[in-house]
Design a protein around this ligand. Structure first.
Ligand code: SF4
Length: 295
């Protein structure tokens, strides 16, 4: 899922990295400049999760108002349920492989809390099994490839080279006005790439905001630069897994966009401002807050 193909690697090495080195990132837009404007959060008492800052699913941000000011929960639909299950299968499968846990897909299924997922097992488990099997094959192949090249490496070292991912790494976003309990999808620590996983989605420009946000948080905590981000689109089409990647340079423009979104969402919550429903733009048919906004 997070392994780059040969073509993606060429694009990274010959296009993105030279651009990142040539253009660079302004010092005030590195996460470690969290104590000065523009990164310094204006409202110190508001702490938001990353999804609230980065989601532009609701055109006005009213979902943030309903959730964090009114304390209302959206109604989870099938799209969200499938997303949760596939997101879970990717994280848990990779973590089990990296940590050499003896976890089978069948044992993993027993951990699902079906009361929280409005979907029938027969609708979500077959695609989840496909994703599980695909990931195991991919990881085993990568491990075997490294093992034959490094016969004297320990199992730990082989794993660190073959599957160099921090999965669901816990990190605090408090320096940037975010929750102290963030969990990033994947960080490739050998190539310094921040990944974010999207399930079954058509590409959207604003999906780039989440990995850029996590890159800023990582920079604020660990003081290491992250120039490259990637949105991974995982889709199931006619029973087949389709994976596409949007690999990009975390430029000043994207960093400024993230700050603008954060400040706007923080203002909604701190000032208890209801932005209302969009005018001239249709609300998405599957918005979880439709029952509240259109009652
Ligand atoms: S129904 Fe419309 S206004 Fe309400 S949260 Fe959803 S997208 Fe926003």
């Amino acid at each position: 899922m997070y392994f780059l193909s040969d073509l993606e690697r060429k694009f990274l090495i010959h296009k993105l990295l030279p651009t990142a080195r040539e253009v660079g990132v302004s010092p005030e837009l590195r996460g470690w400049s969290w104590h000065s404007p523009p990164l310094k959060p204006f409202y110190e008492d508001v702490k938001l999760p990353m999804y609230a800052v980065c989601s532009k699913f609701c055109p006005t941000g009213r979902d943030v108002y309903l959730s964090f000011v009114e304390g209302l929960q959206g109604v989870v639909n099938f799209r969200v349920a499938l997303g949760k299950v596939l997101h879970g299968v990717v994280s848990d499968c990779l973590q089990a492989f990296i940590q050499r846990k003896n976890l089978s897909f069948e044992s993993w299924c027993k951990k699902i809390r079906w009361s929280e997922i409005p979907a029938k097992p027969q609708d979500v488990l077959p695609p989840a099994k496909k994703v599980w099997d695909y990931l195991i094959k991919l990881c085993e192949a990568k491990y075997a490839e490294i093992e034959v090249r490094q016969p004297y490496a320990s199992e730990y070292d082989l794993m660190a080279s073959a599957v160099p991912f921090l999965i669901e790494h816990k990190i605090s976003g408090e320096l940037l006005g975010l929750s102290g309990l963030l969990s990033l999808d994947c960080y490739d620590y050998l190539h310094s790439i921040m990944f974010d996983l999207k399930i079954g989605s058509d590409p959207e420009d604003w999906y780039r905001l989440a990995p850029v946000g996590y890159a800023l948080v990582f920079e604020s905590v660990h003081e290491v630069p992250i120039d490259i981000c990637c949105v991974v689109y995982l889709n199931i089409v006619k029973d087949k897994i389709v994976v596409k990647k949007d690999l990009f340079f975390a430029s000043d423009e994207l960093r400024n966009w993230w700050i603008e979104e954060r400040d706007g969402k923080m203002e909604i919550v701190a000032e208890r401002k209801d932005p209302g429903r969009p005018v001239g733009t249709k609300c998405p048919d599957d918005c979880m807050y439709r029952p509240v906004c259109f009652k």
